[in-house]
Design a protein around this ligand. Structure first.
Ligand code: APR
Ligand code: PHB
Length: 389
């Protein structure tokens, strides 16, 4: 096969890039190691920045998002028993939209299928070659047979555990990482949310988050030990622990029910620099990971794709490489802003026993400042709704 762009990975980054390139008349294939059903079965975050919603409009896949997405003009923080609302709309002039990543993925897959664009699912042993020269190649096996794709560019959209980043010589890449000593235990359930808006909770027993996917489906998280197992958390125990971390108002509105999904995710901040190696360009989780506290993972994947699609479109329209040359620097600037914000929110809201009473006092002072300073609230709001592209 010969294409202009070979996209590795069919997560939101790969699919969104595929859609924008398709609309621009650029020939691309998506090569994914898993099945479509497996990709759609993964439960991930669900808060979209305004810029990402605008991108979905541009990608002509925003119909269902417009109809079903929930506009949220604020978030709540429950800190040591005290509630404080951050008026996102009032402080930043923007809102966020609650719409699950799974739904974004589904909309993009449907659009791709309708367009008849090329996709290979269940590709085994995907490898990438020759991206330091002019003729990169992607190889994979499917149903026992070997396949080869020749292309102009490889887009590495294959997530944190993908093959693209490890294919770059170690000496060409610099990694920056912070691993946190705890995880998030998440439960998805068909129960109405406790509140109209998300509640981020800092409690002496640990962090909790009340989120949602719709008016009838809730997503809850509690901070847990890194080596904890979901088997240790039968539904009843989860609901009881969540309830303990809420205030009376939320507790009285908490509706429990059987979990549809339950999983533990570790928290990590990670950035690999640069994001371009010759004709291999990384985007999304393949290049960076943020802890979920700021809801930035999906949104960062979208902003990378914004810069990458524009750069490739400029290249194919005019032959100019200036946007491709600027890609890594442009992405990383925004990435580091989101990494900083996610790290800051994680530090503010989680239990860090190793930081002792000093650490807790600093968190309390930070929250006090947030409650009483419009400038501090504005800073949170403008980062939460997303810095401009
Ligand atoms: N070959 C082909 N595909 C691969 C390979 C490989 N060797 N390794 C991984 N993949 C696929 C994965 O199966 C997955 O479908 O690449 C895809 C990467 O998708 P995501 O992990 O969703 O990453 P991304 O598209 O960058 O989206 C970022 O998703 O992971 C969340 O929290 C993250 O919300 C953020 C968003
Ligand atoms: C979610 O709904 O899964 C979610 C929402 C906000 C976050 C993280 C996850 O910060």
């Amino acid at each position: 096969m010969r294409v202009q762009v070979a996209i590795i990975g069919s997560g939101p980054a790969g699919l969104l890039l595929g859609q924008l390139l398709h609309l621009a008349g650029i020939d691309a294939v998506i090569v994914e190691q898993r099945s479509k059903e497996y990709v759609l079965g993964r439960i991930r975050a669900g808060v979209l920045e305004q810029c990402m919603v605008d991108m979905m409009e541009r990608a002509q896949i925003a119909g269902r998002l417009r109809a079903e997405g929930l506009v949220h003009e604020g978030i709540e923080i429950l800190f040591g028993g005290e509630r404080h609302r951050i008026d996102l709309q009032g402080l930043s002039g923007k809102h966020v939209t609650v719409y699950g990543q799974t739904e974004v993925t589904r909309d993009l897959m449907d659009a791709r299928a309708a367009a008849g664009a090329k996709s290979v699912y269940e590709a085994d042993n995907v490898t990438v070659h020759g991206f330091d020269g002019k003729r990169p190649v992607v190889r994979y096996r499917k149903e026992g047979a070997a396949h080869e794709i020749e292309c102009d560019f490889i887009a590495g959209c294959d997530g944190f555990h993908g093959v693209c980043r490890p294919s770059v010589p170690q000496s060409a890449i610099t990694e920056h990482e912070r691993v946190y000593a705890f995880g998030w235990l998440g439960v998805l359930a068909d129960v109405p949310p406790v509140s109209e808006e998300l509640i981020y909770v800092s409690h002496e027993r640990g962090f909790a988050l009340c989120s949602m996917r719709s008016r009838t489906r809730s997503r809850y998280y509690i901070q847990c030990e890194l080596d904890d197992k979901v088997e240790n958390w039968p539904d009843q125990l989860f609901w009881a622990e969540l309830a303990r971390r809420l205030d009376d108002r939320a507790r009285s509105r908490l509706v429990t029910g059987p979990s549809l999904e339950k999983s533990i995710a570790p928290l990590r901040s990670y950035v690999a620099e640069p994001m371009r190696f010759g004709r291999l360009l990384l985007a999304g989780d393949a290049a960076h990971i943020v802890p979920p506290t700021g809801a930035k993972g999906l949104n960062l994947a979208a902003s990378d794709v914004h810069y990458l699609s524009n750069a490739l479109i400029e290249y194919y329209r005019s032959g100019k490489t200036s946007a491709l040359d600027a890609y890594s620097g442009q992405c990383l600037r925004r990435v580091w802003q989101a990494v900083r914000f996610s790290w800051w929110m994680t530090n503010l809201l989680h239990l860090f026993p190793e930081n002792g009473s000093f650490g807790r006092k600093i968190q309390c002072a930070e929250f006090d400042y947030l409650m009483n300073s419009r400038a501090a609230g504005t800073s949170l709001a403008e980062n939460y709704v997303g810095l401009p592209y």
